[in-house]
Ligand binder design. Structure first.
Ligand SMILES: [Zn+2]
Ligand SMILES: [Zn+2]
Length: 296
């Protein structure tokens, strides 16, 4: 089994890389990728744990990006050089911006009567990543909501007007793709069905717009697309695999598992697969990084 989209507590996941690798092994995975948001701190630990537990751990990252039309997308990067200076510098810059954003988010939640403090967002010693899901979990722990999902109810809490006013500067899709390629990695468009701005349009229109978007991303150097994903229906999957073939993109698979505390029903390797699903080819293509064929 393969799962190329997993989070640890180095971003908004709840497990250590070692615990995640152990669980993946128990669930029958041979190849996984750790893809924390805007950070690479868990990678060395995860790769080491992979060696101990006999499972291949591919280094990954998930960058939140925006393009020139303000289309918000997550770009996954795989198999890059962990010590690449440009990539590390950008990640440090994003981290600083996130810290500033979190202070504003906290004030916004205070403003609507949720008395959270920075301490409520610290889930463990040494934690240096706080994302929106961390706020949602804190709201749950403090009893402001009775389920994780309620924190994202329309017009409330994380979707209240005060919170919506807080914006974080995002790296451009062009820059993210360039940084990953520059570090010898493979950039992949994550969960295409979650690109909100494209989904706002009519359903058929969505597929046309995604097609255009892929043409653009391909020109920028995109090499893959996450076609198999925990929330994709068989129909979505089929259409996405066709689009990946059209643009000669590597087809990847990931669950986006964040840990069991989220009660999302997502499990490692938990995504629909069809007859075209070929985990060996997928693992090989990702592992080889930018192969000679793709350089042409
Ligand atoms: Zn994502
Ligand atoms: Zn993710």
């Amino acid at each position: 089994m393969i799962d190329l989209h997993l989070h640890t507590y180095y971003s908004d996941g709840t497990m250590s890389p070692e615990a995640l690798v152990r669980l993946a092994k128990e669930r029958g995975a041979d190849t996984i990728a750790i893809t924390d948001h805007d950070g690479m701190r868990g990678l060395a630990e995860g790769i080491e744990a992979g060696g101990i537990h006999g499972i291949l751990v591919i280094p990954g990252v998930e960058l939140s990006t925006e393009d020139d039309e303000k289309i918000y997308m997550h770009i996954l990067g795989y198999g890059f050089d962990l010590n690449n200076t440009a990539l590390n510098e950008e990640i440090e810059y994003i981290r600083q911006k996130r810290i500033e954003r979190n202070e504003k988010l906290l004030s916004a939640l205070n403003e609507i009567g949720c008395a959270l403090t920075m301490e409520d967002l610290q889930l463990r010693d040494g934690q240096d990543y706080i994302g929106k899901p961390t706020f949602a979990l804190a709201l749950l722990r403090k009893g402001y909501v009775s389920s994780y999902g309620e924190a994202y109810a329309e017009g409330k809490f994380m979707r209240s007007e005060a919170v919506r006013r807080v914006h974080r500067e995002k790296v451009s899709a062009e820059k993210a793709i360039g940084l990953i390629r520059g570090a010898g990695g493979v950039p992949v468009l994550a969960h295409p069905m979650k690109i909100a701005r494209l989904l706002k349009s009519e359903e058929e229109n969505f597929w046309d717009r995604l097609d255009e978007q892929l043409a653009k991303l391909k020109r920028l150097g995109l090499l893959g697309m996450e076609c198999y994903y925990s929330s994709h229906t068989p129909e979505d999957t089929k259409r996405l695999v066709c689009l990946a073939e059209k643009y000669e993109l590597i087809v990847t698979a990931g669950s986006d598992f964040h840990g069991t505390e989220y009660e999302s029903g997502i499990s490692i390797g938990g995504f629909y697969t069809d007859s075209k699903f070929d985990e060996n080819t997928m693992a090989g293509q990702i592992q080889n990084g930018i192969s000679e064929k793709m350089m042409l």
